[in-house]
Design a protein around this ligand. Structure first.
Ligand SMILES: O=P(O)(O)OC[C@H]1O[C@H](O)[C@H](O)[C@@H](O)[C@@H]1O
Length: 547
């Protein structure tokens, strides 16, 4: 296929964007009292309002036309059918199979993957039960009180984000920790407070070769064996989650203590697999299944709904609208829930590793922007830090506001204040404040006309800044599952429109290779490889100063 920006649908959108300049959302709302109702939808416990966007019915028709032109519906079917759509790695993309609660057969090369998926879920359930009931004992016979997940990237961010998000559901008596960074401080500070006799490590790595994870795993192993005085202790204190049984065995973890997943699960889409074990340990296996159910409900919606009603497809297409036509370079995720604090970081990987690509599936260089920079922090904290730029800066930053209607914490009027702030922000971003309004407000407050005149431009807001609001009644395992799947499919939609492969990540390889070379040089104390002058100088200085 030629580049998507050569299609008539794209050209029509570009012209349409030009025509929409000068149209303010305020006017769109004023013209159409049904706008909020028309441009919102509800699926799997999520209510999504996408009316505060710089778009009209015609925009949506054109975007849907673009989705049809790139055969988005066909690609959705191909993913769900287990086709090897990750062509650079010759892999299917089947995180949806991991949460396929209908158990509908999903075939990869003619073989149904569901029996394997269900078998590992069984294994997880048994393991969780044994650990929770105290049947699983440490080497010296003590029950497990602390679980340390050692993993990085997709083998860390997902379970960490979900464990934090579901804090109100945590079971008593078992604490879950996450160690990811190769910086020694991470593991040292974590282990400092733990009792080896009561600690279980999960070494989580799809490849079981990742430097950071292997380094931390070896450090944990040494710590344990030194404390318990016997190599045999490892079998009682280490589990592995991986696709690579050989490497797990080579590390010294009994493959009986290994949970598998498959090459058709991308690391950043793996929390639904045994990589989610820390979640099941933190909140119980039933809750983990509810998480899967929530995601499955969103999957079914994405698989079956027509594009015009598909919330993930619509959000994806609206994202394309801003990235490619408004040239917005970033996208903010703003959860109004403190326990969703890792949600932006999680989808930073989810989105940026998936759609941070500059060639099409066919290897052609794109001539349009692809994945935006994804970032964010929970509200209301962000309001007092970076929202200024979203309101009055020179960049257009589409933002998602994620808001639970009820809190798990019934404390005074905190939650009403949280809600009020969330809605006020999106209203302010949309409406803005005209120069005249700013002037009149100051005059009404008794300010001298000359000063009001001088200050008005500073206190004027253009508004017309786009936001999506996602409401959930409460953050539960189910609604969280649906929310994560919503974003996963949004990312998929965008990758299809841009014609890129969202499921590989070759961009992280080069740095890894060079790190290997440099590590050898640092270990040997001599710079021997060819480096640019800056790197060579930095390495020399490092060696001198550390000598
Ligand atoms: O699970 P692992 O094989 O250890 O990989 C951990 C992470 O490292 C890689 O560098 C990739 O960029 C990530 O997609 C992956 O999630």
């Amino acid at each position: 296929m030629s580049l998507v920006n050569q299609t008539p649908q794209w050209q029509a959108l570009a012209q349409h964007w030009e025509r929409l300049q000068g149209v303010h959302m305020r006017d769109l709302f004023a013209e159409d009292p049904q706008r909020a109702r028309r441009l919102s939808g509800e699926v799997a416990g999520l209510y999504v309002d996408y009316s505060k966007h710089r778009l009209t019915g015609e925009t949506l028709d054109l975007l849907l036309g673009l989705g049809a032109a790139v055969d988005l519906p066909g690609w959705i079917q191909r993913m769900f059918a287990g086709e090897r759509i990750n062509a650079t790695e010759h892999r299917a993309v089947l995180h949806v199979a991991l949460r396929n609660r209908s158990n509908r057969p999903i075939l990869v090369d003619g073989e149904d993957v569901m029996p394997q998926v269900n078998a590992v879920l069984e294994q997880m359930a048994e393991l969780v039960e044994r650990i929770h009931s105290g049947q699983w004992r440490g080497f010296s016979g003590e029950p497990i009180r602390d679980v340390v997940n050692i993993g990085i990237g997709g083998s860390n961010l997902g379970p960490k984000m979900v464990c934090e998000a579901l804090t109100p559901y945590h079971r008593e008596g078992l604490r879950v920790h996450f160690v990811s960074n190769v910086d020694a401080s991470h593991i040292a500070e974590t282990l400092k407070h733990l009792d080896p006799a009561q600690t279980l490590f999960i070494v989580a790595s799809k490849t079981f070769t990742t430097q950071e994870t292997m380094t931390n795993a070896h450090t944990a192993r040494r710590w344990l064996v030194e404390a318990l005085g016997d190599e045999a202790a490892v079998a009682h204190h280490f589990l592995a989650v991986s696709t690579n049984a050989e490497k797990v065995a080579a590390f010294g973890i009994d493959t009986d203590n290994m949970l598998v997943f498959w090459d058709w699960v991308g690391g950043r889409y793996s929390l639904w697999s045994a990589i989610g074990l820390p979640i099941a340990l933190a909140v119980g296996f039933e809750r983990f299944v509810e998480l899967l159910e929530g995601a499955h409900a969103m999957d079914e919606h994405f698989r079956c709904a027509p594009l015009g009603e598909s919330l993930p497809a619509l959000l994806g297409l609206i994202g394309v609208w801003y990235t490619d036509f408004a040239r917005a370079a970033t996208h903010a995720l703003l959860p109004y829930d403190q326990h969703l604090k890792y949600f932006p970081a999680y989808f930073q990987q989810g989105d940026m590793e998936s759609n941070g690509k500059h060639v099409t599936r066919e290897g052609e260089t794109v001539t349009y922007p692809t994945g935006p920079v994804v970032w964010g922090e929970p509200g209301t904290d962000g309001q007092h830090a970076f929202y200024q730029l979203i309101h009055q800066g020179t960049q257009l930053i589409p933002a998602d506001f994620i808001m639970p209607l009820t809190s798990h914490y019934d404390v005074g009027d905190h939650h009403l204040k949280l809600l009020a702030n969330c809605f006020a922000q999106t209203e302010a971003l949309m409406r803005g404040r005209t120069l005249e309004e700013a002037r009149q407000e100051m005059l009404a407050a008794g300010m001298e006309p000359a000063e009001a005149e001088a200050l008005a431009p500073h206190r004027q807001f253009d508004g017309n800044r786009p936001t999506t609001t996602i409401l959930v009644d409460q953050v539960t395992p189910q609604t969280l599952g649906a929310l994560i799947a919503l974003y996963e499919h949004k990312i998929f939609t965008q990758g299809i429109v841009w014609g890129i492969n969202s499921f590989d990540q070759w961009g992280v390889e080069l740095g890894k290779q060079l790190a290997g070379v440099i590590l050898e040089e640092l270990t040997d104390g001599a710079v021997t490889a060819r480096h640019d002058a800056s790197t060579a100088n930095l390495l020399e200085r490092t060696l001198q100063r550390r000598a």
